[in-house]
Write a protein that binds this ligand. Structure first.
Ligand code: CMP
Length: 139
């Protein structure tokens, strides 16, 4: 299994609000190396598959609609302790609870439109990274 890697998406809200550059700067300034990077858009089927683990949750439909509503930036990131350190950098899922200085505190607007995604385990980081990037797109 890949270790020391995590997967992120800059979500449609943050892309639409012009935050790509500032968020990527925060990520690289925090010591993450960019392994893979692209601007892309999820189809409804892509978003349903990516978030299949949440299919029984009441917010699933809203999540799928939002995540397929506009372009996103997808990236694989590398750093020692990447999954945990990235979740610290982005802050709590609900921006109202996110710590000062975190990406979500600065750029998220709500629980659903929360600016960035971060993988919750090494295993999911590998699955999610491979969902978006072929082997020759991972540097
Ligand atoms: P993320 O961690 O990227 O992946 C699951 C997403 O579901 C999460 O970000 C939130 O954007 C979203 N989510 C979680 N809980 C809720 C909720 N109660 N209402 C709407 N969206 C939610």
């Amino acid at each position: 299994m890949t270790t020391n890697r995590t997967f992120t998406m800059i979500k449609p809200d943050a892309v639409a609000n012009g935050h790509i550059g500032n968020i990527l700067a925060m990520i690289t300034n925090a010591g993450f190396r960019i392994v893979s990077l692209k601007l892309t858009q999820l189809t409804v089927a892509d978003a349903q598959a990516f978030y299949a683990v949440h299919a029984q949750r009441p917010f699933y439909g809203e999540l799928v609609d939002f995540m397929s509503s506009g372009p996103i930036v997808a990236a694989i990131l590398e750093k020692e302790n990447a999954v945990a350190d990235f979740r610290t950098l982005i802050g709590a899922t609900n921006p109202a609870e996110a710590a000062e200085g975190t990406i979500r505190k600065l750029y998220a607007t709500s629980m659903g439109e929360n600016a960035v995604h971060g993988s919750d385990s090494d295993e999911n980081a590998a699955i999610e990274g491979n969902f978006h990037f072929s082997g020759r797109e991972q540097f």
